[in-house]
Design a protein around this ligand. Sequence first.
Ligand SMILES: Cc1cc2nc3c(=O)[nH]c(=O)nc-3n(C[C@H](O)[C@H](O)[C@H](O)COP(=O)(O)OP(=O)(O)OC[C@H]3O[C@@H](n4cnc5c(N)ncnc54)[C@H](O)[C@@H]3O)c2cc1C
Length: 420
Amino acid sequence: MVDIVVIGGGAAGCIAAIKAAEAGASVTLIEKNAKIGRKIMITGKGHCNITNAKKWSDFSVHVHNKPSFFKPAFYNFSNDDTIDFFESHGVETVLTRDQRIYPKSMSAASVVDALAGAIEKAGVQVLFNCDVANVTFDEEKGCFETDYVETINLRVAAGRVQSAAVIVATGGLSYPSTGSTGAGYDIARRFGHTVQRTFPSLTALVPAGYDMRLRDITLVNTTVQLFVGQDMVACEFGDIQFTDGGLEGPVGFKISRKAVWALINGNKVSVSIDLKPAVPLQLLKERVAREAEEFGINAVNFNKKIRAFLRKFMPQALIDPYVESNALTLGNLAAKMKDWRMAIVDYVGWRRAVVTAGGVNLEEVVARSMASRNRPGLFFAGEVLDIDCDTGGYNLQFAFSTGALAAKGAVEFVNKAKES
Ligand SMILES: Cc1cc2nc3c(=O)[nH]c(=O)nc-3n(C[C@H](O)[C@H](O)[C@H](O)COP(=O)(O)OP(=O)(O)OC[C@H]3O[C@@H](n4cnc5c(N)ncnc54)[C@H](O)[C@@H]3O)c2cc1C
């Protein structure tokens, strides 16, 4: 029997295993892939934005839904601790825009290598290619039993590890190709936990009749308002990207959480894109009128000349889709540039959503230790929990912080059990 089983070798599970082993516990880490950190490898477009340097008061506004739950974990293992950890494992870091921290190498592989090195050095036993199918608590033996199926090439074998404590760090549902397929929710449910409704966040929003000619266009410094029904529920300034999925980029991602939630609850969702946020409507109207006169466009030749005229106001690639999706007249041109409405009818699902919103109910987990309130010795860490964050390094920090705190909680639990 080992002290602690950690299920999942992602960001949360790796740090949990390292910290628990460094604190003297015997630890077995079970990962269903052949390597740790498969999702980390694709983070930050392969560069891995490991954390964000903001202090808690600024950091916490990027945490949804309950930053207060994250706070003890953050203070136990903060963004500074993440930087120190990687620096002390040979990963130099750099600070970039918006306080984002990356490895200086800009290589996610260097982050994964550092974690793999630390796992080995700490003496963690790792079972690769092992898919945990079930976790139970044997009352008679007084220990957890973690059952897994090992698959190597065509050989399939079943195995079991007994432990005093278990840390569930199986991630959420996003990018299932990396291994996160929601297994932790089933484990949690087996111990009587409830799982808050899961939905994709930080994902592309699909406009009605999405015009693929918009693909690959980035609009910089735009303002986007999100409407649910008639109500404006979010307003963000920055860049949006039209991709093969739909509307994304920093601003698209920022509004995606509320938009997806509204869509899955059957609400009407739309966005309004302001292509000229720095220019008040009245000034824009005056500029359009002035330039229209100089250009010689009027109500009679409007349809013939509008595309050429719009080159003064927007990138060429935008013009055809823009003209065709707006009933433009000379009179409404300025207003439409400041309010390009698109109904949002869908979103890109798990296969490409950056994070999972929803998860193991926070009311049933102790924020100071990550311990289950239902089953002593059971702990949770990372995306499996009902917290998700904005882009900017916040999600990995959440995984690292909760992983470190779960390790501390589990080690304390194991030591107490040994004493009694
Ligand atoms: C494309 C993309 C880019 C991102 N970029 C960033 C970024 O730059 N910065 C940032 O902060 N966040 C980023 N994120 C989010 C961040 O990567 C995740 O929030 C974080 O990695 C979650 O860590 P985790 O350990 O909780 O879960 P995961 O990383 O999903 O790890 C869970 C692990 O558990 C294993 N597992 C699952 N079920 C089982 C089972 N039954 N048995 C055994 N093993 C199992 C999985 O194989 C996996 O290795 C990005 C996410 C994506 C998808």
